[in-house]
Design a protein around this ligand. Sequence first.
Ligand SMILES: Nc1nc2c(ncn2[C@@H]2O[C@H](COP(=O)(O)OP(=O)(O)OP(=O)(O)O)[C@@H](O)[C@H]2O)c(=O)[nH]1
Ligand SMILES: [Mg+2]
Length: 211
Amino acid sequence: MLLTDPAPAAQRKTSLKIASAEFVLGVANLRQLPRDGRKEVAFLGRSNVGKSSFLNRICNRKSLARPSTDPGKTRELNYYLVNKQFYFVDLPGYGYAKVPEQIRTSWGKLIEQYLKSRDQLSLVVQLIDSRHEPTELDMMMVGWLDYYRIPFIVGLTKSDKLPRSKMPAYLKGVRTHFEQFPYCKDVIPCSSITGEGKPEMLAVISRHLTG
Ligand SMILES: Nc1nc2c(ncn2[C@@H]2O[C@H](COP(=O)(O)OP(=O)(O)OP(=O)(O)O)[C@@H](O)[C@H]2O)c(=O)[nH]1
Ligand SMILES: [Mg+2]
């Protein structure tokens, strides 16, 4: 079972420091992807799960990525250059029912093509709302990641909304759910309000960028 992080305690603490982060590009068509070969870490999850908010939190910025008041708004792959070295990619949220079927299908294709063909993709942060069971689409995405052999971690967002007493049992259930996937490297509760999960996530990201 790969969910138990194999790194020794000292290494776990070696975290990434984010000194700079800037928006560089919105990609609606894969032909527009950067060609500079920098490594990428992509944030994936259903619409409104908290991708943009958590990205802001880990970059110590309030409005780098715009959190949506209007779910389904992030329609492009948004590229953020971090420390002038690598990219964080905020992927369009999937599963928002009010988006027309045709657009949902084209987003799905864009995301799948990206995941399957992007050699410099080092890690995917799959975000799942900690107040709900993973949806069918969440499980389909995780299935893709594993099938395409892309290392991923699961971030359980909005952990501030889950009563503390419920977290251990919830976490155990979710870990059991994901431990069947060899490419799932960790499951981390996180909150863009309290900052929970940020050091742990940065440590895993750092290892995948340098490894
Ligand atoms: N309580 C709480 N609310 C959060 C947290 N993260 C995000 N939210 C709220 O959830 C809503 C959606 O957050 P976003 O960051 O825009 O979600 P997203 O996944 O980027 O959404 P799309 O761009 O539509 O795919 C906003 O109203 C946020 O304020 C969190 O950790 N805790
Ligand atoms: Mg967003």
